[in-house]
Design a protein around this ligand. Structure first.
Ligand code: AHG
Ligand code: MN
Ligand code: MN
Length: 335
């Protein structure tokens, strides 16, 4: 069978389901080509002069890496002139970026984390890009922050690129999850897996254990039971992994199952959590749900959380359904 490129896949989807219009198709292609450029920049590593800090901080007070800012610029430049977007928002920009008046405007809003896991860049560990697509509310000509504050259930598409040993693009248009792998010689994303499905059960979990003393009781209980292994209440041993790039951790869960948690703890409670709702939690929640998994903030479905600010943070529990349900039940029992 001939390999299917991302462009061919999008045309097929449009024909078969009629659910994606030409603008959405263009948007996904542009984001994918920006990810290709980011992948090239990331892979140059120490030879590209792109490692290390830039000496600036973003709106959340985090030190910006050179590649955080470069990736943001690549995504902005690729997307602002194509006529498919009404506005763009990013982890690395305080406020939404309006489409310059000299360019045509479209009906979609694009939100992204240009480089996720950027603390891993300098140590040559997988990083990624996460994105979410919303529709601009009707009648809004100059979209501001408010236009973006829609729950994740309104996402029309979501995806991420993982820059690892290979570069992969994982995409959902609301009808399953498809994985594409970058053919570096040809510069084309090739479809390598359709209908990704996360196993319901798992014996693998991902959490930053160094925060254990800060966790709330339901998380202490759940992780305590996993750590007790065969002789504990779960009756089997569990394995742990923590890459500290959400993209890489979620990608592993999509590939072989597992549960990922960044719960609210005493340390991040004043901010509401560690991960950002609009460009980390929501797109990953949509992908995970579309692959048959679940995603909650410990109490409710992540995609039903009503955002109040663009850079809002949220606790995240996602992955294999049975485990997510169990941790969520422990939280609900307590409240
Ligand atoms: P970013 O690099 O975009 O700021 O995101 C990093 C996030 C996420 O990728 C990861 O799961 C988490 O931070 C790791 O946090 P800890 O360093 O606290 O483990
Ligand atoms: Mn991130
Ligand atoms: Mn980031």
């Amino acid at each position: 069978m001939n390999p299917i490129s991302l462009s061919q896949f999008l045309i097929e989807e449009q024909r078969a389901k009629g659910q994606i219009d030409a603008d959405l198709r263009r948007l996904i292609k542009v984001v994918a080509s920006a990810c290709k450029r980011i992948s090239i920049a990331v892979s140059k590593g120490a030879l590209g002069g792109v490692l290390g800090n830039l000496g600036t901080t973003n709106v959340q007070g985090e030190a910006q890496k050179k590649l955080d800012v470069l990736s943001n610029e690549i995504l902005l430049q690729a997307n602002e002139w194509g006529g498919h977007l009404a506005a763009i928002a990013s982890e690395e920009m305080d406020d939404p970026h309006p489409i310059p008046h000299r360019y045509p405007k479209g009906e979609f809003l694009l939100v992204f984390d240009p480089l996720d896991g950027s603390s891993n860049i300098d140590v040559n560990v997988s990083v990624g890009t996460i994105f979410s697509v919303l529709r601009c509310p009707e009648g809004v000509k100059e979209p501001d922050e408010k236009a973006f504050l829609q729950p994740g259930t309104r996402q029309v598409a979501a995806g991420y690129a993982v820059y690892g040993p290979s570069t992969q693009l994982v995409l959902t248009l609301g009808d399953g999850v498809t994985v594409f792998t970058l053919d570096r010689e040809q510069g084309v994303f090739i479809l390598t897996e359709r209908g990704v499905s996360i196993p319901e059960q798992t014996s693998e979990f991902a959490i930053n254990m160094s925060n254990q003393r800060h966790w709330e009781a339901p998380v202490q209980r759940y992780i305590g039971e996993l750590l007790a292994g065969k002789t504990g209440p779960r009756g089997r041993d569990f394995n742990m992994r923590w890459v500290a790039s959400m993209v890489a951790d979620v990608h592993r869960i999509l590939t072989r199952g597992g549960v990922f948690m960044y719960p609210v703890d005493a340390k991040c409670a004043p901010k509401g959590g560690r991960l950002r709702l609009m460009y980390e939690a929501n797109p990953m929640a949509m992908i995970v749900e579309q692959a048959g998994g679940a995603a909650t903030d410990g109490r409710q479905r992540i995609m039903e959380v009503q955002p109040h600010t663009l850079h809002q943070r949220v606790p995240v529990i996602l992955g294999s359904t049975e485990e997510v349900q169990r941790v969520t039940a422990y939280h609900l029992e307590q409240s």
